[in-house]
Design a protein around this ligand. Structure first.
Ligand SMILES: *[C@@H]1O[C@H](CO)[C@@H](O)[C@H](O)[C@H]1NC(C)=O
Length: 313
């Protein structure tokens, strides 16, 4: 092989694309943006002391850019502090949290909504505790306005709901009011609802759907379908945990068919009884498309460079 000066531009292209390729790969296994939701029943001090459970939860959260945790029993914030410590002990992403106050109708069952998010890819630009009179919700949604330059929508609102099973239908219907409130508040129509809605089995029948505005109105897309099983137990199959997005713009920013249950047992090779010790529910997740078109094009550029170089030799 003889060196020809005509190779120089090609080599440059190769070198350049390699340079841009490397950080994209090391930053994350995928350049997409993952949003997760997990009802981790009674996540309290006792659970936080269970080293193996914390380790599993750390692995669950670390996959996500934003992870909503529900049923967090943490009046003084020490439980989430311990979880963040466990997540941030790695020399990688840094995670932060934003929490509601303890919510509930009975003093013995007060729960927080907590969003854990990656500092490198997401930031909080607003938060709002929804209130209505009369109060329909047992734990009214704590909406958070997020910004992420990594996603195509850039700014979006997450509305969590862990419903009371006995009034799941009324609470899901009331989400439309929350939608109207937060879209006005932040002038943003990109709204995602997520959480354990109890949207199935005994708590929501097919005939209840017409009484839920988010079902009746086609502007809202239910990404986790009615046939999905979000429970851990083998003898139950219920689509309790859901993800719903509003509008075409947001829907187009979602990776098609990426909304799914994260089966902790199968994916992380953990026994079912240990998974159940954490919660009866499994996490659900969805991915948003990356805004970085250049990064997506880089591997192609690299390939073209190689082909050209080989042809010219
Ligand atoms: C459905 O929701 C949208 C919000 O995007 C609203 O503008 C529209 O009026 C609603 N449609 C009905 C039939 O309520």
């Amino acid at each position: 092989m003889r060196w020809r000066s005509s190779h120089l531009p090609l080599l440059l292209v190769l070198l350049l694309s390699l340079l841009t390729l490397t950080p994209a790969k090391s930053e994350s296994t995928t350049s997409e943006f993952r949003i997760c939701s997990y009802n981790i029943q009674k996540f309290n001090k006792e659970k936080a002391k269970d080293y193996r459970m914390m380790n599993t939860l750390t692995r669950v959260v670390y996959r996500c850019d934003i992870c909503l945790l529900q049923d967090v029993v943490d009046p003084d914030g020490s439980v989430i502090k311990a979880l963040l410590k466990s997540i941030n002990r790695y020399d990688g992403f840094v995670y932060k949290s934003v929490s509601s106050k303890p919510l509930g109708k009975s003093a013995t069952d007060m729960q927080k909504y907590v969003f854990i998010y990656r500092e490198q890819t997401a930031s909080v630009i607003g938060q709002h505790q929804y209130e209505s009179k009369p109060q329909v919700f047992t734990r009214a949604p704590f909406a958070v306005h997020f910004q992420s330059m990594k996603t195509r929508v850039n700014k979006f609102v997450l509305v969590p709901l862990h419903s009371d099973p006995a009034q799941a239908v009324q609470e899901m219907n009331q989400l439309y009011d929350v939608f109207e409130t937060v879209t006005k508040l932040w002038d943003n129509l990109n709204v995602m609802f997520l959480g354990d809605f109890h949207a199935g089995c005994a708590y929501m029948k097919k005939t209840d759907k017409k009484n839920i505005k988010l079902f009746a109105n086609t502007s809202f897309s239910w990404l986790i379908g009615d046939k999905v099983d979000t429970t851990v137990r083998e003898d139950t199959s219920c689509p309790f945990d859901r993800i719903v997005v509003h509008g075409r713009v947001f829907l187009k920013a979602v990776v098609p068919y990426s909304a799914k249950v994260f089966n902790i047992g199968r994916e992380l090779k953990i026994q079912r009884k240990r998974v159940r010790k954490m919660s009866d529910n499994l996490p659900v997740e969805v991915r948003l498309k990356s805004s970085a078109l250049l990064l997506q094009a880089t591997p192609l550029l690299f390939l073209l460079g190689v082909v050209q170089l080989l042809r010219s030799l």
